[in-house]
Design a protein around this ligand. Structure first.
Ligand SMILES: *[C@@H]1O[C@H](CO)[C@@H](O)[C@H](O)[C@H]1NC(C)=O
Ligand SMILES: *[C@@H]1O[C@H](CO)[C@@H](O)[C@H](O)[C@H]1NC(C)=O
Ligand SMILES: *[C@@H]1O[C@H](CO)[C@@H](O)[C@H](O)[C@H]1NC(C)=O
Ligand SMILES: *[C@@H]1O[C@H](CO)[C@@H](O)[C@H](O)[C@H]1NC(C)=O
Ligand SMILES: *[C@@H]1O[C@H](CO)[C@@H](O)[C@H](O)[C@H]1NC(C)=O
Ligand SMILES: *[C@@H]1O[C@H](CO)[C@@H](O)[C@H](O)[C@H]1NC(C)=O
Ligand SMILES: *[C@@H]1O[C@H](CO)[C@@H](O)[C@H](O)[C@H]1NC(C)=O
Length: 219
């Protein structure tokens, strides 16, 4: 199965990260994916004359320059895309990002709904302006609908819960590391140990999110 390969690659890369302080591997996959997305955007823009015209403000010279750049980008992109490991890893990272974004969106929507339900807070926020309050209520009503829709996805809600737990654990670990650093700032070895545990905590969240995303893609 293709996904076990990704798992293995990711596990290996996190192992590398956890061992030394080479954060480069984890960052590299991410930055390669970013680069690929940017190349894709360049190629897509060059292929859309309407968009290209708008971007170059109808300057044909500029448009031709961009076309040339896009042609180089297309070559680079196809080379990168021929690496199926990279393409699969990017899909997993992108799914993880989408899930995190959806969780953040849910959190923001809940806050808005809660705010709208609290007369004191609405009053404060709108400075007693009834027009503004009505607009807020209407926005909150749309938010409630959207929130219910997202909440009906139990895969998403449980993923958000897992991410939240991982983030809290990471935060607690970082706080513990920071306090151990300050209490024995003179000791170089303890500083190094704390730095390592911060790194592990961060890696922990990253791999939790990624493993989660990979799991979802298998559904
Ligand atoms: C970690 O990074 C520091 C500075 O960037 C370097 O001096 C040290 O040798 C590195 N340690 C390991 C285990 O790579
Ligand atoms: C080109 O871009 C315009 C403006 O964003 C969009 O409406 C249109 O659908 C695009 N055309 C193609 C072929 O993608
Ligand atoms: C079009 O773009 C080129 C290259 O950027 C620039 O040299 C030229 O002055 C522009 N022409 C107009 C009409 O703005
Ligand atoms: C494919 O990409 C991965 C990173 O995702 C890299 O480790 C590997 O070396 C690449 N393979 C080739 C043949 O370039
Ligand atoms: C409404 O908001 C105020 C101010 O933030 C808070 O003190 C109060 O407990 C809230 N009321 C309810 C019912 O949540
Ligand atoms: C209330 O808010 C509306 C919309 O923002 C604005 O047009 C109106 O002038 C405000 N009324 C008062 C009394 O401030
Ligand atoms: C539910 O959420 C997951 C994770 O974000 C997503 O992959 C999936 O497409 C969603 N399902 C539906 C029906 O929207």
């Amino acid at each position: 199965m293709q996904f076990s390969n990704i798992f293995f690659t990711l596990l290996l890369s996190t192992a590398v990260v956890a061992k030394g302080n080479k954060t480069t591997k984890a960052v590299t996959d991410k930055s390669l994916c970013k680069q690929m997305a940017s190349l894709e955007a360049t190629v897509a823009l060059a292929a859309n004359t309407t968009k290209l015209d708008a971007k170059t403000k109808g300057n044909a010279t500029k448009a031709a320059e961009f076309q040339a750049k896009a042609s180089t980008a297309a070559t680079e992109l196809s080379t990168m895309q021929s690496n199926t490991t990279l393409v699969s890893t990017c899909a997993v990272i992108s799914a993880a990002q989408d899930t995190e974004d959806a969780c953040s969106q849910m959190s923001a929507l809940s806050k808005l709904v809660a705010l709208a339900a609290n007369t004191t807070e609405v009053d404060e926020k709108t400075k007693g302006n009834a027009t503004k309050a009505a607009a807020l209520q209407s926005k909150a009503s749309a938010a409630a609908t959207k929130l219910a829709d997202l909440q009906s996805n139990t895969t998403l809600t449980s993923a958000c819960a897992t991410i939240k737990t991982a983030k809290e654990a990471s935060k607690a670990e970082k706080a513990a590391a920071a306090s151990s650093t300050s209490s024995s700032a003179a000791s170089a070895s303890s500083t190094a140990k704390s730095a390592g545990s911060v790194l592990n905590a961060q890696t922990g969240v990253l791999s939790t999110v990624i493993v989660l995303a990979a799991g979802m893609m298998m559904l």
